[in-house]
Design a protein around this ligand. Sequence first.
Ligand code: AMP
Length: 182
Amino acid sequence: MAVTSSSMLLRNFAAAGRVVRATSRIFSTGELIRVLPHTRSLRFISSTRAAHNEEAAAKAAASVADTGAPTIFDKIIAKEIPSDIVYEDEHVLAFRDINPQAPVHVLLIPKLRDGLTMLSKAEPKHVEVLGQLLLASKIVAEKEGILEGYRVVINNGAEACQSVYHLHLHVLGGRQMKWPPG
Ligand code: AMP
């Protein structure tokens, strides 16, 4: 199993407590992965595992993409489950991502989904709320002190790793971003 072999590898490396320069290969989810020197290896393996988790979550969520079923974000809007809200107005709710990918990682959602399960469902009637979301992303960046450099991301569909089918903008910042994204 991919997760098992990755964790075993992490444990073995941690136990060794020294730089490992092996160039052997291991199997993880059926792929061959080159074992790199110690510090890079740990980061590479853990980011590889995270990427697989994201893809798996996105593929699982894709089956409900077009059903219009409620999502976890409906519960957040209704305050039925807790969230760390950083900004709110009549149309937009912004809260911290539960699995942050940067020191600042805030999600912005329209309070009324109105068919916007994903960006590719946008219609002319959504122009106003799309503008409100973008403007709110700037307000959030300002509040979070990252106005000088931040990234706004919308994942659209399983291939882009969308896992929640209620349109949302990711506002990421507080560290140097890389390009191209993964
Ligand atoms: P995406 O993969 O673009 O659909 O993004 C969905 C995001 O929602 C992911 O980054 C998750 O970490 C985040 N997320 C899922 N559930 C929650 C939650 N209860 N509170 C905050 N963020 C969440």
